[in-house]
Design a protein around this ligand. Sequence first.
Ligand SMILES: [Ca+2]
Ligand SMILES: [Ca+2]
Ligand SMILES: [Ca+2]
Ligand SMILES: [Ca+2]
Ligand SMILES: [Zn+2]
Length: 588
Amino acid sequence: MKKIVCSSLILLLSLAASVNAGAADQKIAVPLTFDAYYSYEDVVNAVKALNKAFPKLTKLDLVGKSEENRAIYCLTVNNPATGNELDKPGVYVDGNIHGNEIQATEVCLYFLNYILTKYGENERVTELVDKNCFYVIPTVNVDGRYHFFNDANTSSSNRGLRRPKDDDRDGLVDEDFPDDLDGDGNICMMRKKDPLGAYKTDPEDPRLMVRIKPGEKGEWTLLGQEGIDNDGDGQINEDSEGYVDPNRNWGFDWMPEYVQSGAGDYPFSGEGIKAIASFVRKRPNICVAWAFHNSGGMYLRGPSVKKLTYPPQDIQTYDYLGEQAERITPGYHYLVSWKDLYTTYGDFIEWMVCCNGAYGFVGELFQSSTETFKTRKEEEKVKPETEAEENFFQESNEVERERLKFSDHLAQGELYKSWTAYNHPTYGDIEIGGWVKLSSRLPAPFMLKDLVHRNAMAVLFSAQNTPEVNMDIFEVKKLENDLYRLRVRLTNAKAIPTMSYYAQQHKLYPKDFLLISGNNIKVLAGGKLQNKYTDTASYKEHKPELQLLFVPGFGSVEYQFLVSGKGSVEIKYDSRHGGKVTKTLQLK
Ligand SMILES: [Ca+2]
Ligand SMILES: [Ca+2]
Ligand SMILES: [Ca+2]
Ligand SMILES: [Ca+2]
Ligand SMILES: [Zn+2]
């Protein structure tokens, strides 16, 4: 489990050659292909192409603009022939809130491409699209994606928002980025020969280093990421972009910088974050939300802090969806974020759950089942974790050696740069080398299709489980002249309740309505039918014609009304997450 916890340090593999495939001026055709990563411009062209190819089913919304004035788009998928957007359960999906986590966008695009191209061809997908409304924002951190593609980076850099910030409190902002000293488009590592250093060459692979044991002679000192002291303050790379972490800037349980690093000056200070928040608030039908990140191979649910608890009935729903996601994507772990990962304040999914009443998952993308490089026999004798030595990346050397073999034999060495001499203005003779930008947290493009498909199917399963409410007027009984007893059953055929238990507990918004009306009737009593055989009902004291309720997942509720009068009666069910159902009957 320890390995999984260090998600930002677990490194994935990719091929450097493919990143620039699909340049901005190239036409993006539908169906989209997933054999290379889409640049920011490609993503914009892709959602426009999908919108153009499926004009009846999609709507392209400009959600807002980023700090650097790039457009953030949402592609909404709704079939108007089966109802209005807000009258259907809403499914929200986004990705790439962290600028470097680029394959998250591909999951979103794949999901869109899949449901749209399968609509009308595949019965289940058709049903799914007809029933739900989908809101998909493929790239949240649009500046981040742009700069990750266009600038030299490590696989872990360029995560935040482009909100200038004085990280070292010297009065200058963003004045000392890492520098691509050898001009290869990567920010790699710097090391210097040093008999007092903490590292020595790995005897098993001379390209790697291992930490020396007590008493051993050192060979190398690690000097951090490629860079020089741009502002002459004696420190190197101490103040790069931001750092405002877009996933710590949301308005639930936000904490200032000194508690939560990356929080920003105040909640929703990010331009795009604020825009997405108001976009979401105008869509109260959203009942399940997915946000994709890398890495680690995890499906995370909240709470993201220990002090918060979710009602046990909600956890049942999470377990149902999360365990299925584990089955869909072998090697991924369904986990609780504060307990199994770390505490976060002001993150997006917690805001969706605790302010908007949705069920929320974070998908931490990783290619866990196919990035190994072992025979069956080797697989069986993996060293226990406690024996693993720690290297600079805080991975076990065993893991790094294996990744290097993967690079050698599946990417022909493209994922790792051999150490080469460089004359540094501060350090003198050093060497630059190590993992390249498109390694580590990103899958090689040949593995991308499997990753995006499986994760899209995990989303699809939760979309298949949004509330599906049927109304059955199962009894109309004439008790005496002009006096009738009506019994109504609402059944939810799916796992997600029409209102989360968390939303009920905290009264986030009104419950579902069940309303009886008619010109010539009067509702004398109405309430929940506790036992239909003994005729026990708990009648509501005021306004009996309007019942406030919710329908549990895989469950039903029954209501009873005593009505006097004649003629047409309308029974209307109206729910934020469960849709709307109306039935009429005649009393005669
Ligand atoms: Ca500074
Ligand atoms: Ca470089
Ligand atoms: Ca400096
Ligand atoms: Ca400085
Ligand atoms: Zn992330």
